[in-house]
Write a protein that binds this ligand. Structure first.
Ligand code: M6R
Length: 359
């Protein structure tokens, strides 16, 4: 049941400290430091030369997050929307195809998995549902362990997907020839181990409800971010359109000036996501939009970064590679409270299904 909550979505947002703890349990050792993934013994990724993610919707955004981490570690990586996957794999021997899917039943993703298998690539599914079709058909499976998700809007499973992929990325970069494995692994895993508590802090202190009523009724909502905050901006906008039915778009911070800026009018809310490491680009681009009348909501750990903004959603300070997960929880609340004040059904938005089993 909903356990006293009005909606499964709110229950699932607020269960993230627990679901994320389950995701990381037994898998990280910040002291060593080391990452242990069941069924994936040391050395099992030695032959990988390239990684290709295939996914849809929220899972696609989680895949983009993982792909950015691999790219920064100098690993060859591609990410395809499963429905756009061509099935072409230039080097099937060295390619690890990773379908990312909460349900494990998404027809587009299943189609991509089958095509990858036919092309002769090794397939490793990242999914939530034990025994799902994708879990059964892939060569290998890595579970995100988020527990059942009922709301059509994916919330806790995004967080668990991103963290699971980050752990997989660690293992891959340690074993792939020529990859630059993280030098701050201990600090990263330490930050990961306290992330559930920091999400708890966001849940306790979020001002998203008050902020949502201030900004409702606008024509459009934009979300911008750079580097790892880019997929989070895309995810914030997807969640927002899905459950509020309002027009929302996510952009890479630097792309605003290449077209979308023409849509900015006085009062356009822009949620600008900062990671504490690449803040300059987002800052410059948000200010440019602000000069055209946009109202900026800075999602950041730093008062100083937010000083120029019209509003701030505070996130705890963490490793820059994890701050997107904290920003995302704030954005989940923004979508939820905006949808609620508009009287939307929330757990079952019109025209959508929890798992999309047609192509
Ligand atoms: O079960 P999957 O992760 O494969 O589902 C993919 C998308 O259909 C899904 O993430 C969809 O975008 C969500 N409703 C977003 O909240």
């Amino acid at each position: 049941g909903k356990g006293g909550y009005d909606h499964y979505m709110l229950k699932e947002i607020e269960s993230q400290p627990e679901s994320l703890s389950n995701t990381i349990r037994g898998r990280i050792d910040p002291e060593a430091p080391a990452v242990h993934l069941e069924d994936f013994p040391p050395g099992c990724f030695q032959d990988v030369t390239e990684v290709h993610f295939v996914a849809c919707g929220t899972s696609y955004h989680a895949a983009l997050y993982g792909a950015r981490l691999l790219e920064e570690a100098n690993v060859r990586v591609r990410t395809s929307r499963a429905s756009e996957f061509t099935g072409r794999i230039p080097d099937p021997e060295g390619t690890l195809v990773v379908p990312v899917t909460q349900s494990g039943e998404t027809a587009d993703t299943l189609g991509a998995l089958r095509a990858a298998g036919e092309a002769g690539a090794r397939t490793l599914a990242v999914t939530n549902v034990v025994g799902s079709t994708v879990a059964r058909e892939a060569d290998e499976v890595l579970y995100i362990r988020a527990g059942p998700e009922i709301g059509v809007a994916a919330t806790k499973t995004f967080s668990s997907q991103v963290v699971t992929l980050a752990l997989l990325v660690e293992r891959l970069t340690q074993e792939i020839d020529g990859a630059a494995a993280r030098e701050d692994l201990g600090a990263f895993l330490e930050a990961l181990s306290v992330l559930p508590n920091q999400i708890e802090e966001v849940i306790r202190t979020s001002r998203a409800e008050a902020l949502s009523s201030k900004y409702d009724g606008r024509d459009a909502y934009f979300f911008i971010g750079h580097a790892l905050q880019h997929p989070v901006a895309l995810e914030g906008a997807l969640k927002f359109k899905e459950i509020t039915y309002e027009h929302a778009e996510g952009f890479a911070s630097g792309e605003l000036k290449h077209g979308p800026l023409a849509l900015v009018t006085p009062g356009t809310p822009i949620f600008a996501l900062f990671d504490g490491k690449h803040d300059e680009k987002t800052h410059t681009n948000a200010k440019e939009a602000q000069a055209r009348g946009a109202e900026i909501v800075a999602v950041t750990a730093s008062e100083r970064t937010a000083a120029f903004a019209d509003d701030m959603l505070v996130i705890p300070d963490t490793h820059p590679d994890l701050s997107g997960l904290l920003a995302n929880v704030q954005l989940q609340f923004v979508s939820y409270y905006t949808a609620r004040s508009l009287g939307r059904p929330i757990d079952k938005p019109r025209n959508l299904a929890k798992s999309v089993t047609v192509e």
